[in-house]
Design a binder for this molecule. Structure first.
Ligand SMILES: [Zn+2]
Length: 365
């Protein structure tokens, strides 16, 4: 069985914090030893910056540096892992029993409205580009902005440059990731793309109505596209109850409490750690069980069949994981839960990795 996970943020949450992911760490959700212990064969590592660039030169420079750091990590773990930049390499590395690392660039803002920068990222091995993060780009609107800031959006969906980006990605064989994308962007892309798309880390809206999740019409449209939805393990995306309480915790404008608590700490590492501790402490009794992940898988399977769901846990990118799933060593629990629910071996193989590999192959040039 091949286990593919399409979204992991250790490059931001561990490496940028100065930790060496070659070692087994006591902090965060993942590192190379724990990913391997959890049985992960294929891991997409997210290259990400928020709304403000880390470098004065901008987002593109941020992306270049994170790819550099992933390459260094790979060199230090050369006997255990390799990077792949196309489908053929993925297949051959799996046979060598190595952890296959892939680059997923999260947020169209990383290309800075410049097709040349998309090309450079492609040459460096970008296997998917998430068209937007929470922030819209000048060419694609995000789920957050379409939902919460519709009145200030300059345009909804893709504009002409956005359509060119989609076309170029299809030509190059870069997967289009529609997690974080607004509904209009989602449908604009599906009307245009000649290849199946991916949702690298999103869950089911009907089970937790959050703008980051996908609704029933989107699930059906994605199945028609032959794409794949990879389930995010974030407690707020898994459970409506948790999400409601989380929003209350944030305060009336959705950020007050977080800003004020984080303002107490100068160090970014402490800001993340103490906020996470606060969330865990305050919301412990609302955290869903890890079996909720299987509920989201079930929902999609019952609606459109076995071929359109995968895993995109978002480890090291979320401030709460479900009860029982503490870190990357817990992936086998999902398989066990699916067995308990009566899924066949061939079904579980599809959910674990074959569906993602199918989309990867269909995008390959
Ligand atoms: Zn994300």
């Amino acid at each position: 069985m091949v286990l593919a996970d399409t979204h992991n943020d250790l490059l931001t949450s561990q490496t940028l914090e100065g930790r060496d992911v070659s070692e087994r760490l006591s902090e965060g959700h993942s590192d190379i030893p724990r990913l391997m212990e959890g049985g992960v064969d294929i891991q997409f590592f997210s290259v990400w910056t928020g709304e403000k660039p880390r470098n004065t030169e901008g987002f593109f420079k941020d992306a270049m540096q994170q790819i550099d750091s992933l390459e260094f990590i790979t060199l230090r773990n050369v006997t255990k892992m390799s990077l792949a930049s196309n489908y053929r390499q993925v297949k051959s590395l799996i046979r060598q029993d190595k952890l296959v690392g892939l680059i997923g660039v999260e947020g169209g803002h990383m290309i800075e409205d410049d097709m040349e920068k998309l090309e450079i990222l492609y040459q460096r091995g970008m296997m998917y580009l998430t068209l937007t993060h929470n922030n819209s780009t000048s060419w694609a609107s995000s789920a957050r902005d379409e939902t919460l800031h519709a009145e200030t959006l300059s345009h909804k969906g893709l504009n002409d440059f956005g359509r060119q980006v989609v076309k170029r990605m299809n030509e190059r064989g870069i997967m289009i990731d529609l997690s974080h994308a607004g509904e209009q962007t989602f449908y604009d892309v599906l009307g245009l793309t000649t290849k199946p798309v991916i949702l690298s880390h999103s869950s089911v809206y009907s089970l937790s109505p959050h703008f980051r999740n996908v609704n029933d019409d989107q699930i059906r449209a994605l199945a028609r596209n032959n794409g794949v939805i990879c389930i995010n393990f974030y407690s707020a995306f898994l459970s409506e109850e948790f999400n409601t309480e989380y929003e209350k915790l944030l305060g009336p404008d959705g950020q007050t409490k977080k800003d004020s608590l984080q303002g107490l700490y100068a160090d970014r590492k402490d800001k993340i750690k103490y906020w996470e501790q606060y969330v865990t402490g305050m919301l412990e009794r609302y955290r869903p069980s890890y079996t909720r992940i299987a509920d989201h898988i079930d929902y999609i399977v019952k609606m459109v069949g076995i071929d359109y769901v995968g895993i995109g846990a978002d480890l090291d990118g979320v401030d709460s994981l479900p009860v029982g799933f503490d870190d990357a060593t817990d992936y086998p629990l999902i398989t066990q839960e699916l067995i308990k629910r009566g899924y066949s071996t061939s079904d579980i193989k599809k959910i674990s990795g074959k569906n993602v590999l199918r989309v990867l192959k269909a995008n390959a040039r």
